[in-house]
Write a protein that binds this ligand. Sequence first.
Ligand code: HPA
Ligand code: ZN
Length: 326
Amino acid sequence: DRLPELLRRMPKAELHIHIEGSLEPDLIFALAQRNSVAIPYASVDELRRAYAFTNLQSFLDIYYAGASVLLHEQDFYDMARAYLARAAMDNVAHTEIFFDPQTHTARGVKMDTVINGLHCACVDAQAELNISASLILCFLRHLSETEAFETLEQALPHRDKFIGVGLDSSELGHPPEKFARVFARCRELGLHLVAHAGEEGPPAYIWTALDILKVERIDHGVQSSKDAALMQRLARDRIPLTVCPLSNLKLCVFPQLADHNIGALLEAGLVATINSDDPAYFGGYMNENFLQTFAATGLAAQHAYQLACNSFEASFIEPGAKRRYL
Ligand code: HPA
Ligand code: ZN
């Protein structure tokens, strides 16, 4: 069976990866020591044993605790370089990386420290690993729109170092329309727009992400299969979904990988993609997501080809440069 080899070797783009979710337990402990930050886990193994999630919030609590060891520009650089080296091994040719500045600025870390560290890692990875990487700033949706505006203001001196904005963190109770005005402002600024919607939340959140925020892609979006009219809209307008199968499994969005609807989304003609979300927490980087999903759901070589094409189509690579991959 040559399918696993095809999945590993095909060039692909990753469009849904939170850089703080690439922080491996070993690096969390190394940075905790380097920065003299206390963490409430005695060992790497004890930390790993805490990675038993029941829903999105149970994950977010641990994910924010892990990020607390990041203080200096070098820390952000080291985290991103480790992810980029790992992604390059999975034949990721291009990646669009989410980062959560509010998780850091709330602890007194400067916006400049966060963005400069991540940006330098992206520049060096292009030269040294031949992987192209862009940054997408995410607003935390459990915080207020006013705080999102303040975050945007702090980031604008670095406008050339990120290509867009997104919306992540606790979905239920924080619908996209809560951020209507800040997304309108980002749109005026020429930033690309994406939002997490329909991970745990209802199809209604996907509709408002599209119609009120005017996003170009939906992150997750797996709940769209509950709404036939929404499926038609996504297919007609070729709105990509950045699906994350191992994340959905670990956060109990689907009881088993075999129950995942990625095959149904592709069969309906949607521009669905496979991504890792938070690979250090969910048990796999890109190729592990492809391998386990294909093994569990019975997807075949034509789906692999479709997913690779979709990932480049859905990317924010300049249209001229995109043709190289399609
Ligand atoms: N959903 C919402 N917020 C997140 C996620 C996610 O999957 N990963 C990191 N922050
Ligand atoms: Zn995510």
